[in-house]
Design a protein around this ligand. Sequence first.
Ligand SMILES: [Zn+2]
Length: 284
Amino acid sequence: MPIANGEILKDALHNHYAVPAFSAHSFDMVDAILEESQSENYPVIIQIGQRAIRNQQMQSLSDYIRYRAQSVTVPVVIHLDHSHDFSQVVQALRAGFTSCMIDASLLPFGENVALTRDVVHVCHSVSVPVEGELGTIGGVEDDAYVAEEDVVYTPVDAAAHFVAQTGVDSLAVAIGSAHGMYRREPKLDLERLKQIQEAVRIPIVLHGGSGIPREQVRKAISLGIAKINFDTELRIAFMNGWREAVRENADDPFSASLAAQASLRETVKEKIAWCGGHSDHAFS
Ligand SMILES: [Zn+2]
């Protein structure tokens, strides 16, 4: 299957399912995510975030995903996660990404609009959709930390203006989810989500998917969430598998790698089920 772009989110919104966006930090993780998505016959977004990019993995992961996607039949999107910088978006486009997020959510509203609009302009010129963010999502994501008291939920009116003024294709919102693992059970502001969806009518993105109870996720999808980001739980699953294998066989990287991938695949399988489960769509 050729690499898809984020347009898949429109289909998800109209048909009431979500596409999982899994963060990949290594080739092994890409393999596990793709193999499980294929086995579940479910579209997938593989996102490359700031941590991987800092470790010089932008081009190599993009190349590897593109190469490996040739052997699956489900749509695969290569997504740039939480970019704060126009130049980095351009680098990602050159590296073959098919979807980009510009996160200028910590800037004042007008500056967020201006930077996001510039990114939309350049991405749309090469048919790559853009995810923007309004509101602040708490927790730690790669290099950014937002304390609980600094979290600002996405205002409904501002969301409508933001989407109209920037032309973004999807919108990340702050409705009670956070990056990293939760210290107590999160409670999503579903009423706010419903109002935002009615105001913007584009796919909405839920960040911090790790640890949100399944019922809340299902409800959020029914109210317009079309993409859910998963990172923390994936890294934990992968490293747990790795650690257990090393304990038994300390000098065999191959068995450690296989065990890490098997453990990651379990988590990927679970999250796909949360996003909508087996899909009967014919992807072509
Ligand atoms: Zn995020």
